[in-house]
Design a protein around this ligand. Structure first.
Ligand code: ATP
Ligand code: MG
Length: 354
């Protein structure tokens, strides 16, 4: 076995030096580096193991791509991408292995940015089809809903005239409230689609919360959940589109209810709080005792289509965020003291705006 490695032939050194990219030659028998050009020394000099074939292979294998199967590797010492080629070479009757490494970082970056552009496009087109779907739904549902409200009004009149049972009357009123809310949401969707401005006015948060609680009453009862509302006495009116803010609060409270599905009945606690924050904005907070959220989950939360529920679309929070941003407010979440999470939003007070 030869242990000493004779110097590389002059011709080899000269040849490597003439190459425009990083090249190095190794003794095929023991893998020691016998020659390298300046580009190689500049680009790989800082890489551990660069001075032997096995060391180099080892260092590059530690990066994410299998050096033997593929040619593209990301060098761990400088983060750049290289196309690697290993070739056998016999010179003066002695076997060598020559490696050349061509820096391909720029093409990879171009590919990456192309890919992310494509992803964005795909995403926009998905959002657009959601928009189209919403427009179609709004169109198709509008008529039957108006008819339902008419029938309910008619029935209420009949029950009133006949002095019918009070339970029936209450049920009819409740059904009408739901149908009217659905109609209002749909009307708003249609306005959105026609790109009309939402209508902002002065509104009481107490009323908004009451509407939302009414809409969620059945669901809360089913989960044996009493939703507490605690608004500061002097809470000013907010400058907002009422139906849109109802939509936001509804989504947040629904999420809170859903987050406590797996919690024992006596551990459940859902509060809606309202106060004026230090910036003078009205701040609404929905507090639950669900499992809370990890930081990683928190980052994805507001992206459209992110959901951990088998029956979720993952657009609730994304919609909330765009509505609140439209209102110059902020949607946020934080861990709740004692466990669970707080989802909140801010809205500007109406004073001075109308
Ligand atoms: N109060 C909460 N506690 C814990 N996790 C929550 C809470 N609110 C939201 N999340 C997490 O954020 C995800 C996204 O919520 P989002 O409301 O956008 O969609 P979704 O509720 O899954 O579906 P949907 O479109 O029906 O609202 C949820 O799937 C859930 O993992
Ligand atoms: Mg939701």
């Amino acid at each position: 076995m030869r242990s000493a490695t004779p110097a590389a032939p002059e011709a080899m050194s000269a040849m490597l030096q003439a190459m425009p990219f990083a090249c190095a030659a190794f003794d095929a028998a023991n893998g020691a580096m016998v020659a390298a050009n300046n580009v190689y020394r500049q680009e790989f000099g800082a890489l551990a193991g660069h001075a032997s074939r096995d060391g180099l292979r080892e260092s590059l294998r530690a990066s994410d791509i299998d050096i033997d199967a593929g040619r593209e590797v990301r060098a761990p010492h400088n983060g750049r991408w290289y196309s690697l080629y290993w070739r056998d070479l016999a010179l003066d009757g002695r076997p060598y292995e020559v490696v050349t490494a061509v820096d391909i970082s720029e093409s990879i970056e171009v590919l990456d940015s192309h890919k992310s552009r494509q992803e964005k496009l795909l995403f926009t087109s998905r959002l657009m089809s959601v928009g189209e779907m919403a427009a179609t739904l709004a169109h198709e549902l509008n008529q039957p809903l108006a008819t339902i409200v008419n029938y309910l009004n008619g029935s209420l009149r009949l029950v009133g005239q006949a002095g019918g049972p009070a339970q029936v009357e209450r049920a009819l009123v409740a059904a009408r409230t739901q149908a009217e809310h659905a109609a209002a949401v749909i009307a708003r969707v249609r306005e959105f689609v026609r790109a009309r401005e939402p209508r902002r006015d002065a509104h009481d948060l107490g009323e908004i919360a009451a509407t939302v609680l009414e809409l969620l009453r059945l669901e809360a009862e089913r989960q044996q959940l009493a939703i507490k509302v605690s608004l500061a006495d002097t809470l000013p009116q907010v400058f907002a589109d009422k139906v849109m803010v109802e939509q936001v609060l509804l989504n947040l409270v629904k999420n809170a209810i859903e987050a406590m599905r797996g919690v024992d009945a006596d551990g459940r606690d859902l509060r809606i709080e309202g106060r004026v924050n230090l910036d003078g904005e009205v701040e609404v907070r929905v507090c639950d005792r669900g499992p809370g959220l990890t930081a990683a989950e928190g980052e994805q939360l507001f992206s459209p289509f992110y959901t951990t529920k088998s029956d979720g679309l993952g657009i609730g929070l994304a919609i909330c965020r765009s509505i609140i941003e439209y209102h110059e407010g902020r949607l946020f979440f934080e861990p709740r003291e004692g466990g669970g999470s707080v989802f909140g939003f801010t809205l500007p007070p109406a004073e001075g705006r109308i």
